[in-house]
Structure formats: structure tokens, C-alpha cells
Design a protein around this ligand. Structure first.
Ligand code: NAP
Length: 257
């Protein structure tokens, strides 16, 4: 893994799952500063502590309690990051929520609004705010899309739509920013074992289903996504932009028969 020395990394959704693991791995890799965003203070504090345990100094880890659904909070995320570190090198747009509703079910429009707001609108706003800083550092962005961007899970129309939008967003940003030497890529995970599945109340069935729907016969682990995020954010991916990398044990290539 190339050096992240001196690089300031901003990660949304860092209080849990993939975002938390990515934060700890960037800390272990010796990055220059971490701005970590979440709503749950207890969880975010714990992740900040884990990062310090990996050797990053306390003043180089900034926990930001913010709600991605609120425009003023998203603005505050960027303001506090720049105030603390004076620069931004890597933005990991990871915060996201699901939304299980089928067509015709009551409440689907409310779910659409909240899922689009958190998964897509806030990503656009935060990236927009990050652009001037990323141009200065010739930095890069990694967005969290999903296998759901290209494969279709029933009853998840709103979530699937957001993840497809994120793939297109990634390509649009990549083309707009390429001439400024700012790269923008995405990862498309399959089912990854995180608290999102623990909370679902059907953890066992998620693990069993994962064995069938991934060619490799198992659910993925957060570290497997974190390592791909770090690769895309690193100099090893210096000629990659606009890509959406499947991290899904082959699920994107499967076809029911
Ligand atoms: N796990 C999977 O199987 C899987 C597969 C494909 C893609 N993904 C994507 O990967 C990303 C991370 O998922 P995960 O499984 O790690 O989920 P997770 O464990 O539930 O973590 C989600 C993170 O997003 C944050 N978040 C959610 N809504 C927020 C809001 N309104 N404001 C601020 N932060 C908010 C949460 O913060 P708080 O808890 O502090 O509120 C938490 O840190 C998501 O974009 C997800 O769609 C996951």
C-alpha cells in the first residue's frame, strides 16, 4: 500500500460498518488526518479512539457529529475539516441508508425522499463543497455504490435507484474533474457483514442467502471493502477515474438459471 503520509481523509458514515473499518485502516496506514462523520456520538467516539490506538495522534482525528440529511450540517462538515486540517486530500462518501418498500405500499414516497436525501443529495452537496480543496491537493473521491446499482433486489426500488445514481454521479464527476487531476471512483459492494444486517432482525437469513447469491459462496467483510477504497484513493490507482469496482465475490456477474 502506497503512503498516505500527510493526506487528510474525510469519511462520512464513519461511526459504523464499512466507514468505521475504513477509518481505522487509514489510521493504521499512517494518514495525516482523519475527519470522521456520524450521528451516533458514542459509536463515533469509539471509532476515533480505535484510530488513535493505531497510532494517529489525538489532534489528527476529528469526530464530527452531523446529519447528512441537513444542508447546514453538510456545510459544517466541510468547514470544520478545513478549519482543523487546512486541506482535504481524500473524500470517502460512505454514509448511506436502506429503504425497504414495495411498489403500491404506503409510505414509499417518504422513504424515497429520505433515501435520496441521505444517499445522493448529501453526496452531491459534500462533493461540491470538497471540489475546490481537492483541486488544490490533486486529491480524489471514493463513493459507496452497491451491487444494487446494476443487479436488482426486489422491494428495494428506492435504494437501488440511489446506488445507480451514485454510479452515474461518479462518472460525471470523474469527467468534470479529470483535467484538474482530481480522480473520482466508486466501489460496488455485495452483501457485507455490518450492523445494517445485525439491525435487520434477520441476520441468519442474510448470511445464508449470501452463500447462494455470491459466486464465492459467502458474505463479504468490511476490511475487504476498506482495502478496495484505500486502493482507489491511493497513488496505485493514479490512472483510474470514473470506475465502479465490484467488491462482491462475483455477484455482479451472476445470472439466475
Ligand atoms: N453492508 C452492505 O451489505 C452494503 C452493501 C453495498 C453497499 N453498502 C453501502 O455501504 C455504505 C455503508 O454501509 P454499512 O453497511 O457500513 O452501514 P452501517 O453500518 O449502517 O453504517 C452506516 C453509516 O452511515 C451513517 N449515516 C446514515 N445515515 C446518516 C445521516 N443521515 N447522517 C449522517 N450519517 C448517517 C451512520 O451513522 P450513525 O449510525 O452514526 O447514524 C453509519 O456511520 C452505505 O452507503 C451502504 O449503502 C453496504
Amino acid at each position: 500500500m502506497p503512503s498516505f503520509a500527510g493526506k487528510v481523509v474525510l469519511i462520512t458514515g464513519a461511526s459504523s460498518g464499512i466507514g468505521a473499518e475504513t477509518a481505522v485502516e487509514f489510521a493504521e496506514a499512517g494518514c495525516g488526518g482523519l475527519a470522521l462523520v456520524g450521528r451516533n456520538k458514542e459509536n463515533l467516539d469509539a471509532v476515533c479512539q480505535q484510530c488513535q490506538d493505531k497510532g494517529i495522534p489525538k489532534d489528527k482525528v476529528l469526530g464530527i457529529i452531523a446529519d447528512m440529511a441537513k444542508e447546514e450540517d453538510v456545510q459544517r462538515i466541510m468547514d470544520s475539516t478545513i478549519q482543523q486540517f487546512g486541506q482535504l486530500d481524500i473524500l470517502v462518501n460512505n454514509a448511506g441508508i436502506g429503504g425497504v418498500k414495495y411498489l403500491g405500499e404506503e409510505g414509499i414516497m417518504q422513504v424515497y425522499d429520505s433515501v435520496m436525501r441521505v444517499n445522493v443529495r448529501s453526496m452531491l452537496q459534500l462533493t461540491q463543497l470538497a471540489v475546490p480543496h481537492l483541486i488544490k491537493t490533486k486529491g480524489n473521491v471514493v463513493n459507496l455504490s452497491s451491487v444494487c446499482a446494476t443487479r436488482t433486489l426486489p422491494m428495494m426500488v428506492t435504494y437501488n435507484m440511489t446506488k445507480a445514481a451514485i454510479m452515474q454521479f461518479t462518472k460525471c464527476c470523474a469527467l468534470e474533474l479529470a483535467a484538474k487531476q482530481v480522480r473520482v471512483n466508486a466501489v460496488n459492494p455485495g452483501s457485507i457483514w455490518t450492523p445494517v444486517h445485525e439491525r435487520s432482525g434477520r441476520a441468519d437469513s442474510v448470511i445464508e442467502t449470501a452463500k447462494k447469491v455470491h459466486a464465492m459462496g459467502r458474505i463479504g467483510q468490511t476490511g475487504e471493502v476498506a482495502k478496495a477504497i484505500m486502493f482507489l484513493a491511493s497513488e496505485d490507482a493514479s490512472f483510474m477515474t470514473g470506475a465502479s469496482l465490484p467488491i462482491d465475490g462475483g455477484r455482479h456477474a451472476m445470472c439466475p438459471r
